[in-house]
Design a protein around this ligand. Structure first.
Ligand code: GLY
Length: 417
């Protein structure tokens, strides 16, 4: 009888232990928790934008209203991209249908030559769509998008022009041919175009652009300038400045993150060690910087308010109790670092993997994840879009969500393989 009782007790303990472990794991599995948090938020966004394929969710205004951008602006591809990631994780057709509809809404952008952002817009949407649907129109649309991007390339400068001619911050000078660090993110589209068309000119443009960025956007410590302005007639570098960073000599956190991610992509596509070394050194600058907070979510710029860094705009140090963070920079960096870790061995591999994981755990905590429904629509809190222009400070941003979801899926794949 006693043996029978003992067996029942043992079974009961085992079941309890099992149930407890599952509950514990679910609660502390930040991947599952993040996607679970995203579902009702993105459902709200879908409901809010129902039948509307012209207003692309971007951020929030101070009054809590959604800030939308239009089809020709840079962030249109992130909402469909985030929906593709929701589908990838949940396999729920609801997300696939929405992702398809929003992706297809961007079709006319394939001819957009008004700025460099077509890579973001089309590769985050159609590039992801290709992984799930076999639509023969999509490679053609992406190829045309690559052609449009290349129209902004000058062989004299050896770079793709990011923005049209414009004044610098504070109207100090005119940028005739501005190229920004962010542009590294558009190159993946060009590598893809060469692969599907067999025309190597796209990838040669991407490589030349990456080489010029390596040469002119980086300082000796592998921190980065945001903007380099070239003379379009001679290719000479005229100015090294910033638009979204604290000052010309400072390091804008998101710019550094774009560089880590972008050079990692170019190394994947070329296997040229110079690009790997650049990605590593940019990552080291980011991760080893004394101003990186312990949760590894950077301030919006690494040098805010520091001596020797003089902004061309009026900085009011007391306006915010604490220097605002940029969760988007951490999301982009963590996704890039995860891929970077796959290209390395031993201690270095572990170093970037662990750093990415630490960032993801921070982003997946209540401090950054919108578990308290601070707003009804976006997943991550605490990003900064453009501090010097007093825009999008300590807000959600759709691209922070996009790169966070991408990083979570990358992490899950690496963990399971
Ligand atoms: N590419 C624009 C930004 O990072 O704000």
């Amino acid at each position: 009888m006693n043996t029978f009782k003992n067996k029942i007790l043992l079974c009961f303990t085992f079941v309890l232990f099992f149930v407890f472990n599952i509950t514990f794991a679910q609660q502390y599995d930040f991947v599952a928790r993040s996607f679970k948090t995203a579902e009702p938020l993105y459902q709200n966004l879908l409901t809010k934008t129902k039948g509307n394929f012209v207003d692309y969710p971007h951020s929030l205004y101070e009054n809590g209203e959604i800030k939308y951008l239009q089809i020709d602006e840079w962030t249109g591809g992130f909402w469909p991209g985030a929906l593709w990631y929701m589908y990838e994780y949940t396999k729920d057709n609801k997300w696939k249908e929405a992702a398809l509809a929003w992706t297809n809404s961007l079709e006319s952008n394939q001819y957009n030559t008004s700025h460099h952002d077509i890579g973001f817009m089309m590769y985050c949407s159609y590039g992801n769509a290709l992984r799930f649907v076999n639509d023969e129109r999509y490679p053609k649309i992406l190829l045309q998008s690559a052609k449009s991007l290349c129209q902004r390339y000058s062989p004299v400068v050896g770079s793709i022009q990011s923005w049209n001619k414009r004044k610098s911050k504070g109207d100090i000078n005119t940028w005739e041919y501005p190229v920004i660090m962010d542009n590294m993110m558009n190159l993946e589209l060009l590598f893809y175009a060469s692969k599907i068309s067999g025309d190597t000119s796209y990838k040669h443009i991407a490589i030349k652009h990456a080489e010029q960025t390596m040469k002119n956007h980086l300082r000796s410590d592998y921190s980065s300038y945001h903007v380099v302005n070239y003379d379009p007639k001679t290719g000479e570098v005229l100015h090294k400045q910033t638009l979204q960073g604290f000052s010309d000599q400072s390091t804008w956190a998101r710019g550094q993150a774009w560089g880590i991610y972008g050079f990692t992509t170019v190394y994947r596509e070329t296997k040229d060690k110079r690009f790997l070394e650049t990605a590593i050194k940019m990552a080291d600058f980011f991760l080893e910087h004394p101003n990186l907070p312990t949760d590894k979510i950077p301030y919006w710029d690494f040098n805010v308010g520091q001596k020797g860094f003089n902004p061309d705009w009026k900085y009011q140090p007391n306006k915010y109790q604490q220097i605002p963070r940029d969760a988007s920079a951490a999301a982009i960096a963590s996704s890039g670092l995860l891929e970077l870790s796959t290209m390395l061995k031993g201690e270095l591999k572990q170093k970037y993997y662990n750093a990415a994981l630490a960032m993801l755990k921070s982003l997946g905590s209540d401090s950054y994840l919108n578990t308290d429904k601070q707003n009804p629509y976006f997943l991550l809190k605490h990003s900064t879009g453009n501090f010097p222009s007093d825009r999008e400070i300590d807000v959600p941003l759709i691209y922070a969500d996009y790169y966070y979801l991408e990083a979570l899926l990358r992490y899950r794949k690496m963990k399971n393989s």
